[in-house]
Design a binder for this molecule. Structure first.
Ligand SMILES: Nc1ncnc2c1ncn2[C@@H]1O[C@H](COP(=O)(O)OP(=O)(O)OP(=O)(O)O)[C@@H](O)[C@H]1O
Length: 459
């Protein structure tokens, strides 16, 4: 592990101030709260505990003022033949964060007020045996939607609530792998250093009941296959509604839904679909005046839905394509190898291709002339076709293991949730065998695998 090479420095923050920072992927910094109170996206920092950040853009906010201690490391890592990561500390390179500054203008008061209004709805729900708020957060890309959802979930948890966090952001995979739509019950503190990813990974490795429920969409952008996106979100919504109906605590706590930043005509269609399916009653429009005005107009016939406008935090960072790709790769890496805090050891297994049924979604854009008689391109967007051991298609792919037994018909496969993921590291076409990386040893729990568009090259 890296070790300190330079004395740490301290930062004093006045009340209602925020220390914003960016750390690159190959570097890590540590922050320790020495005095006062502070939080990262709603999760409180404990006094005297060292928090390590790598590949993060985030902010430490304080309501009452605080003193932080900052140390900076530079490290290299290598992955040995057993796939474990060894961190080799390097030189202190004199620099600091990629970006760091203190800000005194934040929208935190309006975010807190939003939380308090939601909390009031939860109290009312308890009193009248009703449902708590179903909140949908929408806005363009990089306005802080995921950060706001994390903050609202954290504040709810701090007040003893157990909301369901729904992630429809398929590019990021905030709870689990990219390409999935997922939901998880927030009942334990959200990890300060690694966000939901670590919470889900740690939960999974400990067999916790907070493991996410996920359906595989398989593409990065919801607009790539709108019908499939609608199908999996409807399925997820149905399951979330069942949970809300069955569990009193979840019902009154409600749910918080994070979305991808699509606000064009396809995006509007998807937003309306999500509102209907999840029975949303609060729509938060973040950082976009026109979206707020359009939503108020579109939803004027639904008096039960409140539309709220919130401004974007000045700290939100626009992430370029390269950073987002790196984030995706690190999410995939995290799924198999865990995080700095929760190291996992995946298994490399050789499997017979004929023991598995590999599926992929039918051509999204197939020309009508190429389709069987009576079938239109819409139906191929939500149907599966078998993949025969196509070397190029399978190699380096991420495949979702569908939680479907042999009785599930082909037409229902896309509606089944995911048992886990595997990575195909090699395909031997002659011997009809595949080398896969799997989080668990032994046989795969199910034989149906769904191939998406995500490829990954192991480091
Ligand atoms: N107040 C802040 N200070 C510093 N960084 C922040 C702050 N708020 C958000 N960020 C960072 O800005 C980046 C973008 O924020 P976030 O992921 O919440 O936006 P988003 O709207 O959900 O993005 P996307 O459209 O890609 O889903 C993230 O790396 C996040 O950690």
């Amino acid at each position: 592990m890296a070790s300190a090479a330079e004395p740490p420095r301290t930062i004093e923050l006045d009340s209602d101030h925020e220390f914003r920072f960016e750390v690159e992927f190959n570097k890590n910094i540590t922050i320790k709260l020495l005095k006062g109170t502070a939080e990262v996206f709603g999760t409180e920092l404990a006094i005297g505990v060292t928090y390590t950040f790598t590949g993060r853009k985030a902010a430490v906010y304080t309501w009452h003022g605080c003193t932080l201690e900052i140390s900076f490391f530079y490290y290299y890592y290598r992955i040995d033949e057993y796939h474990s990561i060894t961190y080799i500390s390097g030189d202190y390179i004199g620099g600091d964060f990629l970006v760091e500054y203190t800000a005194n203008e934040t929208p935190m008061t309006s975010y807190l007020n939003t939380h308090l209004a939601l909390q009031q709805m939860r109290e009312n729900a308890k009193q009248f045996n009703d449902q708590g708020p179903r909140v949908l957060v929408i806005g363009p890309h990089d306005v802080g939607k995921s950060s706001l959802c994390t903050l609202l979930a954290s504040y709810a948890l701090r007040q003893g609530q157990k909301p369901i966090y729904v992630s429809l952001d398929t590019s990021e995979g905030s709870i689990t792998m990219p390409g999935t739509v997922s939901a998880t019950n927030i009942s334990t503190i959200i990890d300060v250093e690694e966000g939901f990813g670590a919470s889900a990974t740690t939960a999974a490795s400990l067999g916790s009941s907070t493991m996410p429920l996920a359906y595989y969409y398989g593409y990065e952008n919801p607009a790539e296959n709108v019908n499939l996106f609608k199908l999996v979100t409807s399925r997820l919504a149905y399951t979330v509604k069942c949970r809300l109906a069955a569990d009193d605590e979840s019902r009154t706590s409600g749910c918080i839904i994070d979305t991808a930043g699509l606000i064009d005509s396809v995006g509007y269609d998807l937003i309306q679909h999500v509102i209907t399916e999840f029975n949303v009653n609060v729509v938060v429009c973040l950082g976009h005046e026109r979206l707020y005005s359009d939503m108020t107009r579109i939803l004027k016939d639904k008096p039960s839905v409140q539309v709220v406008k919130l401004s974007k935090s000045g700290g939100v960072v626009e992430r370029d394509k390269q950073f987002k790709n790196q984030l995706q790769r690190s999410k995939i890496q995290e799924y198999f190898y865990g995080t700095l805090k929760c190291d996992l050891s995946p298994y490399s297994i050789i499997v017979n291709i004929q023991d598995m049924d590999i599926w992929r979604v039918g051509e999204a854009m197939a020309p009508s002339s190429a389709l069987p008689l009576g079938m239109d391109s819409k139906s191929t967007e939500t149907s599966v076709v078998k993949v025969d051991s196509s070397y190029e298609m399978c190699l380096h792919s991420i495949m979702a293991i569908l939680n479907a037994d042999n009785t599930v018909p082909e037409s229902k496969l896309l509606e089944t949730n995911i048992a886990g993921f595997i990575y195909v590291s090699d395909v031997d076409e002659e011997r009809k065998k595949m080398t896969i990386l799997s989080p668990a040893p032994g046989r795969l729990p199910r034989k149906h695998l769904l191939l998406g568009s995500f490829k990954w090259l192991e480091a």
